[in-house]
Structures are given as C-alpha cells and as structure tokens.
Design a protein around this ligand. Structure first.
Ligand code: SF4
Length: 301
C-alpha cells in the first residue's frame, strides 16, 4: 500500500467517512474503498450507512444519488468534472415531451441520469434491476430513458409490454462492434464473451452472457472456464484479474475505457477527505422528487 493510500485510510477513520467506489474506478482507488460495487449496490449501501460522510468515487450522478438518499449527510465527489456522457444526453424537457406523446406509459429512468431528469420519472433502475422493475410495473407501456441499448435489452426480456425509447446511449459501450467480438474469439478460442447491456444489439446478439458489472463478475467466479472476453469498462477486467484467482479476463475492445470514470485519481480521494470537497448540494425539491424514484427502485429489490 502506498503512503497516499495509507493516509486515505487514516483519514477515513478519523472523519468517520465511508468510501464507495464503482467497479470502473482504478484498482488503487478500489483498494482503499470500504465497498466496491455497481451503481445499484452503491445506492443500497449509501441508503443504509450510518456514517456522516460518504465519498463517492465514480461519476456525478452516483454522488447525486447518494445525496438524494442521504440528504442529511455530507456526500463528496472527489473529481468535480467527472460527469456521465449518457446522463447529459437527456433533459427534463425531453422526458416531458415523451410523456405527452405516451400519456399511459410509466417512465422508467436508468440511474445514469441527472437528479433533475429523475424528478420527471416514475421509477429508477440500474442495469442489474431493470428487467425486474419493468416486470413489476402495473402499466403495460413503458417509456425508457435515457439508454436506448439497455432499454432494448429490457424490452427483449419483457415482451409482454410496449416500450418507447429515448435516443441516449453510452458512447463507451455503444461504439463496440460485432467484428471486434469475432476478432477476440479468434484470439482467445473457447473464452466466453460476456457483455454489458449498454452494448448495442449487434454485440449483445453475439454474446454468451449479458449482465450488469456485478453479474459479469459473478459469472466469471462461478464459471468452470478459465478465460473470459469482457465487454464492459476496463475497470471490471482489472478487478476480475485481481480478485478472481486462476482466471483471466481480456478486454473485448480498446474503446472500453470511460474517460469520466478515470478522472478520479487517488490524490483526488485524498484531497476530498482532507479538504471536504466537492460537497454535493442539490435543491431540496429536486431531492424529494428524485428520492421517490430511487426508493421505489430499491423497494422492488
Ligand atoms: S461508462 Fe458510459 S454510462 Fe458509464 S459513466 Fe462512463 S459514459 Fe456514463
């Protein structure tokens, strides 16, 4: 462990802070975190913690979700400029327009969205909970925002409902092509291809397994295979290669590195704890409305 990591651990204890890291964070950050998980797991931990300070190592919408679920706590985002390109693709006006076009539909919102966008939706979901949540809704029609790829994947699993998609996507996952899957299979014969549902349909259709980041790691842990081709952000590949003994994960495409997720450096985590910044502040009305959508999501699971 480096001196910076040791100091972060000391400060965590001194300040009674909880450090949460998304799987897409670099390994040195994952090593100092109290919990590493996907966005759904991080939201659940954030909801349950009794610690007064939460340091969210990820992107802005994750820190916003932690704040919404813990309005009385201090939530810190170590890298202020760590946004999410998908979350920024949709505005509340876009949601309002879709609701006007499909008044009978429930609005399901991927957590990868801003707090303000969430306030115009009925329920949130993560990639690990989306299918279950879509099935749980009373409505037969669902407006799914903002990720058209995850939305299409959910619609395939829930054919009894009618879906309307927004045009958003994750630029990191969406850019991967089926030819890259073919190439990776030739390079690593016999290795199953496991992809995230944010990948586009041509990639999903070639995969052996589709799942959230947590589901991908679980699949690798439980499989009898030794090698895997992973179609999600490189942080997951690094985590598998670090924590799953005797197995090797290969990155499906060199495109799979999220610039925003990598904006947080270990020194930013130290700075966040030393100087208590950036403190996430949200309008109370926005928090109250967005909380309903997040709490509904957690309660379905
Ligand atoms: S990987 Fe895609 S969806 Fe996830 S934070 Fe980066 S841009 Fe957003």
């Amino acid at each position: 462990m480096t001196d910076i990591q040791k100091e972060i651990i000391r400060l965590k204890e001194e300040k009674n802070a909880l450090v949460l890291a998304h799987f897409y964070q670099t390994i040195d950050i994952q090593e100092v975190a109290d919990f590493v998980g996907d966005s759904f797991e991080l939201a659940k931990i954030a909801q349950r913690t009794e610690k007064p300070i939460i340091v969210l190592c990820g992107v802005r919408f994750m820190a916003e979700s932690a704040k919404i679920l813990n309005p009385d706590k201090i939530v810190l985002l170590p890298a202020s400029d760590a946004g999410c390109l998908m979350a920024d693709m949709i505005t509340p006006e876009d949601v309002i327009k879709m609701k006007e076009e499909h008044p009978k539909a429930a609005v399901m919102c991927y957590v990868n969205s801003t707090a303000e966008t969430k306030t115009y939706c009925d329920i949130c979901c993560t990639s690990s909970s989306a299918v279950k949540i879509a099935k749980s809704l009373e409505e037969d029609e669902i407006i799914f925002v903002p990720d058209r790829n995850l939305g299409a994947y959910v619609a395939e699993q829930v054919p009894e409902k009618k879906f309307y998609f927004y045009r958003g996507f994750c630029p990191i996952h969406n850019v991967v092509r089926a030819e890259e899957v073919e190439k990776a299979r030739k390079l690593h014969p016999g290795a199953p291809v496991i992809v995230h549902p944010e990948c586009n349909k041509e990639v999903r259709d070639t995969a052996d397994f589709i799942g959230s980041t947590s589901a991908i790691i679980k699949y690798v842990e439980e499989s009898v295979k030794k090698e895997f081709i992973i179609g999600t952000e490189i942080g997951v590949v690094e985590r598998i290669n670090k924590i799953v003994e005797g197995k090797t994960a290969y990155l499906l495409s060199h495109h799979l590195s999220c610039v925003n997720m990598k904006k947080t450096k270990i020194t930013d985590v130290l700075n966040a704890l030393q100087n208590m910044e950036e403190v996430i502040e949200l309008d109370e009305d926005v928090m109250n409305k967005a909380r309903v959508t997040l709490e509904r999501m957690v309660s379905v699971n």
